[in-house]
Design a protein around this ligand. Structure first.
Ligand code: SF4
Length: 316
């Protein structure tokens, strides 16, 4: 059953240089209890897509068209007040950089208690108890509750961000690059924690990352984003074993391996197009080894191959 359904969403930034088409006609859905990975290079629009669901696209960005349904509710038709009530309680976000998200002059108790008291009609003592409980779930000892962000390691700060997201028992969490600033060991522990909490709380998860290895390990389905478009969606194993889009094929080939035969580092030649002046045809045209004449002038439509493998390419 669908929890989130995004239809033909367009989110543009109206900058002085021109209109940046960060999300340009994106459709995708998330089933209840599912983890959907959204993967792509930096600047492809994946963070803007995540922010759109919470209606947090920063100025000068604007959602210019499309629909976002959450549990059947049309999010774009809600008032600001209605969306504010939904944030945290229904949908929460784990932001990519705890150092930016946590206020350095507030201790952890203040961060969490304030968030609870803003949304729930309980007294401060109960809010502190709830804070201690949730910190315990993410492995932060009670006696650290009065500490300030700078007194925690990077991994601990990211766990505090997870606690903040879980605080009001949301049904959907959007995690935007939750491990990109962590070293490999801490990254693995953080992902394991997120996986366990997802099970315990019965959450649905959108995991946004540039790291194909992370998205493959953690997701049920994967959506690949390129230059403001979703260019392929499939179950994780199907996408890895039978990638259809030339960009996905190149992305998978670029994942570093440690086998002696595969010591050469593969990378994708060229750069993504500017989203200020995206090409008229396929946005991967300039980098694609299978490009044909039609690809230069005509944007490919989205095709469904098999039961639920979606691809946006003239080859299909
Ligand atoms: Fe390559 Fe053409 Fe497919 Fe684009 S539409 S990925 S250029 S084959």
């Amino acid at each position: 059953m669908k929890l989130l359904d995004i239809k033909n969403l367009r989110v543009y930034y109206f900058s002085e240089e021109g209109v940046v088409k960060a999300v340009d006609g994106v459709s995708l859905s998330l089933n209840k209890g599912e983890t959907l990975g959204v993967v792509g290079e930096s600047g492809c629009g994946k963070s803007t897509l995540g922010l759109s669901v919470l209606r947090l696209v920063p100025y000068p960005g604007k959602m210019v068209s499309g629909k976002i349904f959450y549990n059947g509710i049309d999010l774009l038709s809600l008032s600001d007040e209605e969306v504010r009530k939904l944030r945290g309680k229904e949908i929460a976000m784990i932001f990519q950089n705890p150092d930016v998200s946590l206020n350095p002059i507030m201790n952890i108790k203040e961060h969490l208690v304030e968030a609870i008291l803003t949304h729930e009609e309980i007294d401060e003592r109960e809010a502190v108890e709830k804070t201690e409980e949730i910190l315990g779930k993410v492995g932060i000892p009670k006696n650290r509750i009065n500490d300030y962000p700078h007194q925690f390691s990077g991994g601990m700060k990211q766990r505090i961000m997870i606690a903040l997201a879980l605080l009001l028992n949301p049904k959907l969490i959007i995690a935007d690059e939750p491990t990109s600033s962590l070293d490999v060991l801490i990254q693995a522990k953080t992902l394991e924690l997120l996986r366990n909490l997802k099970e315990e709380y019965g959450l649905s998860l959108i995991l946004i990352t540039h790291d194909f290895g992370v998205v493959f390990e953690e997701s049920d389905r994967i959506a690949v984003m390129y230059a403001g478009h979703i260019i392929e969606i499939a179950k994780n194993t199907e996408l890895y074993d039978k990638p259809l889009h030339p960009y996905t094929q190149a992305l998978i080939k670029a994942v570093p391996t440690v086998t002696p035969e595969e010591q050469k580092l593969n990378y994708i030649l060229g750069m993504p197009p500017s989203l200020l002046t995206p090409p008229k045809g396929c946005r991967f045209y300039a980098r694609c080894k299978y490009a044909r004449e039609i690809c230069k002038f005509k944007e490919p439509k989205t095709a469904t191959v098999g039961r639920e493998h979606i691809v946006k390419c003239h080859l299909y």
